[in-house]
Design a binder for this molecule. Structure first.
Ligand SMILES: Nc1nc2c(ncn2[C@@H]2O[C@H](COP(=O)(O)OP(=O)(O)O)[C@@H](O)[C@H]2O)c(=O)[nH]1
Ligand SMILES: [Mg+2]
Length: 190
């Protein structure tokens, strides 16, 4: 009982309380999706061993379904991915902002989502995770590395008519900073 109350409060603080539909957490393996999902599922940060995590996970709270998928690298999740992407109401794309070597791969995967005609109006939140690590990329660096410098729509609630809401927020999931603001922003758009 307690845990549900806690989760309810958490969803409320994220602006997700009366939301319905499908929210997808995607990004390269190691970006922090499972950690974020566990934070929501169990109400606490559970450090994850990346090698032991399944590539696809889900969690449902009332009418909101949350799925997490690994993209890039090992592509075993692909068939499932194709099945679910068209049902997404909002997408959270996580990036490890410390792992510069994989920025090009993350960018390529993000571009696949951004150019997918089937989901061209779906709001997308890009979370630059792991900013607690010294030397992690700044928001400006990540924005540029992902090719988003000209396409984001702003951190306010207003978006030009017909534009897809798209914005980047920096965060650290394990230290609990930054992602609430991002998710609150996203929750205004679906
Ligand atoms: N330093 C740091 N590590 C993180 C953060 N978020 C997640 N991690 C770690 O990054 C690794 C991969 O996270 P995981 O959630 O398994 O990524 P996934 O493959 O996207 O599901 C794990 O060891 C996490 O503990 C963060 O904000 N800072
Ligand atoms: Mg995972």
């Amino acid at each position: 009982m307690f845990i549900w109350k806690w989760i309810k409060n958490l969803l409320k603080s994220w602006g997700l309380i009366n939301k319905s539909g499908n929210l997808l957490f995607v990004g390269l393996d190691g970006a922090g999706k499972t950690t974020l999902l566990h934070c929501l599922k169990f109400g606490k940060i559970v450090p994850q061993d990346p090698t032991q995590m399944p590539i696809q996970e889900e969690f449902t709270y009332e009418k909101l379904n949350i799925h997490a998928y690994d993209m890039g690298g090992h592509v075993a999740a692909r068939p499932l991915w194709g099945e679910y992407i068209t049902t997404a109401n909002a997408i959270i794309f996580l990036v490890d902002s410390y792992d510069r070597d994989r920025f090009p791969e993350a960018r390529a995967e993000l571009e696949k989502i951004l150019t997918d005609e089937r989901i061209k109006t779906i709001p997308i939140l890009v979370l630059g995770n792991k900013i607690d690590l010294p030397g992690a990329a700044s928001e400006a660096e990540l924005r540029s590395a992902l090719g988003l410098s000209l396409s984001t729509t702003g951190k306010g609630s207003a978006v030009a008519h017909g534009a897809r809401p798209l914005e980047i927020f920096m965060c650290t999931i394990t230290r609990g900073r930054g992602f609430r603001e991002g998710i609150q922003w996203l929750s205004q758009h679906f």
